[in-house]
Write a protein that binds this ligand. Structure first.
Ligand code: CA
Length: 142
């Protein structure tokens, strides 16, 4: 409560002092999470773009990946299949939206992620569901 009041007062003071509101708009609205390569679709086992507490322990692909059962995360030094274990996703692609599919080889339901956006916690049906992923230039589903 007190922090919010301070922020509002601080912004008002900034405008009055001529600092300008532009300073508040400098940060990008949706910067890519740490360790998500430009041009890649990035997946993590846990929420908030982390696997076992580390952003670098992600799984990322370009173009498409037909079956997540063939790749593993490292959680506390143990290999855990990427299949049906993804909980956060960021599409850091530069040109295309991308989709995750419930089954291998673009099978089953899909969920599309607009380029340069992500979801810090997949919910409902989609948490721990993805089994393959494609940029939309490689599938007709999205
Ligand atoms: Ca699945």
């Amino acid at each position: 409560m007190s922090k919010k009041r301070w922020t509002i007062r601080g912004m008002a003071a900034g405008v009055i002092a001529g600092i300008g509101v532009a300073a508040f708009a400098v940060a990008p609205a949706s910067a890519a999470p740490s360790n998500c390569s430009s041009g890649a679709m990035c997946l993590w086992m846990d929420s908030n773009y982390l696997t076992d507490g580390f952003s670098v322990l992600n799984f990322e692909f370009q173009y498409y990946h037909t079956d997540f059962a063939f790749v593993d995360w490292w959680e506390s030094g143990t290999a855990v299949s990427v299949d049906n274990t993804t909980s956060s996703v960021y599409n850091n692609g530069n040109s295309y939206n991308a989709a995750l599919f419930a089954n291998p080889r673009e099978g089953g339901y899909h969920k599309t992620f607009v380029k340069k956006t992500g979801q810090s916690q997949l919910t409902g049906y989609w948490n721990d569901r993805a089994s393959s992923g494609y940029f939309c230039s490689y599938t007709s589903a999205c």
